[in-house]
Design a protein around this ligand. Structure first.
Ligand code: F6R
Length: 430
């Protein structure tokens, strides 16, 4: 006799006995945990065929999105999962009622909410970061840390693009929604989409009670304080910090990375003073802005940890100073952008002392050879400064002078800094 299996189907609890196997069909795991922990999960639009001889087949019915006609069902291969519930969880124990028991369970359940979600994220087959604009860039900046410490593949999704292509999301995925306002229409719609596909949905927002904070299964509040300027700045660095901390929490069981985690934590702790240091570059950025204010266009080359810094710098410059700017991953230079370079083009190259430095030096030489007008962002005091800052945390430092540059450019060019034309702080329509 096969071990009994559980099938989750909406609103159905069917016990089936047959000659060789015993199955339970239920809409809720509580209903079967007394009998078995081995379950086969059924998703929307699927039909299960159970035969007398114990064979089980799953078929998925999809409809043609244009004609809405049902397509031929596809056979689905899926392994058994194991329920992590204990039978005690569905018994009243010493309590009169479940409600009474559950009220008393709250100290533990609150702890578990956080711990269990971390466990679920750790078990995910994939982490997806989903957001728009600056929030997307923040997730991109922190992506390498998440990959390193979680060991889970991470994919990046601009919310509108994910929706346009109806990209695949699975119940084994963790979808992390990054949004300062927590109200961005595309991000919110992507959240509904990911939820309907069964993914664990995590929110990272700066607004308690926002639609994304309410709609996600769990989340982290940035606590960055109210951000009023339409161009996101302080939320960006806080978003990166929060995602880095999430990455460290995901990797907490790994002994081999413990030392590195401790080092990152130490630097995180000192980060505010490092940011204070780079803020002193305000006057230098003002001078640089004066030099650049008449330009038509600005390219920003970054790579590795600072690819996102290049994108975010360009986004800030175009958003508030209304100057055309493009952030470019430097490794792609020869695949198109190099054609633009001549003696008139202004280019920022982020070549700070990290694992990408040698490659960025070579980019710099090649741009110089084409007579590009370079502004190189490099590390002050070389080794001394580098001892103080983990490379993966540099994006939070490096963006600050570039934000100042965008700000000063806007002032020089005479545009509205806090309310750039055509843009809104919360983009609640598509
Ligand atoms: C850029 C900027 C926008 C927002 C984007 C997403 O400075 O402010 O690109 O980042 O509209 O907004 P949130 O983060 O509220 O989802």
């Amino acid at each position: 006799m096969c071990a009994p299996s559980f099938y989750a189907l909406p609103a159905a609890l069917i016990q089936q006995q047959c000659r060789t196997s015993q199955y339970y069909v239920a809409s809720d795991a509580n209903a079967v945990v007394e009998h078995t922990r081995r379950v086969l999960l059924i998703e929307d639009n699927e039909v299960v065929h159970m035969r007398d001889d114990g064979a089980v087949h799953i078929f998925k019915f999809d409809s043609d999105q244009y004609s809405r006609r049902l397509l031929r069902p596809a056979s689905v291969q899926r392994g058994l999962s194991t329920l992590e519930m204990e039978v005690e969880q569905i018994r009243k124990g010493n309590f009169e009622h479940f409600m009474q028991k559950e009220i008393h369970e709250q100290p533990d359940s609150l702890t578990m909410t956080i711990r269990d979600h971390l466990k679920t994220i750790r078990r995910s087959r994939r982490i997806l970061f989903i957001g728009c604009g600056t929030s997307y860039n923040a997730a991109l900046a922190a992506r390498p840390v998440v990959e390193e410490h979680s060991g889970i593949p991470v994919t990046m999704e601009i919310a509108s693009d994910l929706l346009d292509r109806q990209g695949p999301i699975y119940r084994e995925d963790t979808a992390i929604f990054v949004s300062q306002s927590g109200e961005t229409a595309y991000t919110l719609e992507a959240l509904e989409y990911a939820k309907s596909n069964g993914a664990l949905c995590v929110g990272i927002t700066n607004t308690v009670g926002s639609a994304i904070a309410r709609g996600t299964h769990c989340g982290i509040h940035l606590n960055a304080g109210c951000e009023i300027g339409v161009a996101s700045t302080k939320a960006y660095t806080s978003q990166i910090a929060v995602i880095v901390m999430l990455a460290l929490a995901l990797g907490v069981d790994s002994l081999s990375t413990q030392q590195r985690r401790n080092a990152i934590m130490d630097v995180l702790y000192n980060l505010p003073s490092k940011v204070r240091d780079v803020l002193k570059l305000d006057r230098d950025m003002k001078e640089l802005a004066a030099l650049l204010m008449e330009e038509q266009s600005l390219l920003v080359f970054g790579r590795g940890y600072n690819y996102a810094t290049a994108l975010e710098c360009a986004l800030k410059v175009k958003q508030v100073s209304l100057m055309h700017a493009e952030g470019i991953v430097a490794g792609d230079m020869k695949h198109g952008p190099l054609a633009l370079v001549d003696e008139t083009l202004r280019i920022i190259v982020i070549a700070i002392r990290d694992a990408s430095l040698n490659k960025q030096q070579s980019v710099r030489q090649q741009l110089k050879a084409r007579k590009g007008r370079l502004i190189v962002m490099c590390t002050e005091g070389d080794a001394e400064f580098m001892c103080l800052i983990e490379h993966c945390l540099q994006p939070m430092i490096n963006i600050v002078p570039l934000q100042l540059l965008a700000y000063q450019l806007t002032v020089f060019r005479g545009f509205n800094v806090d309310q750039p034309r055509n843009l809104a702080k919360s983009v609640t329509t598509q």
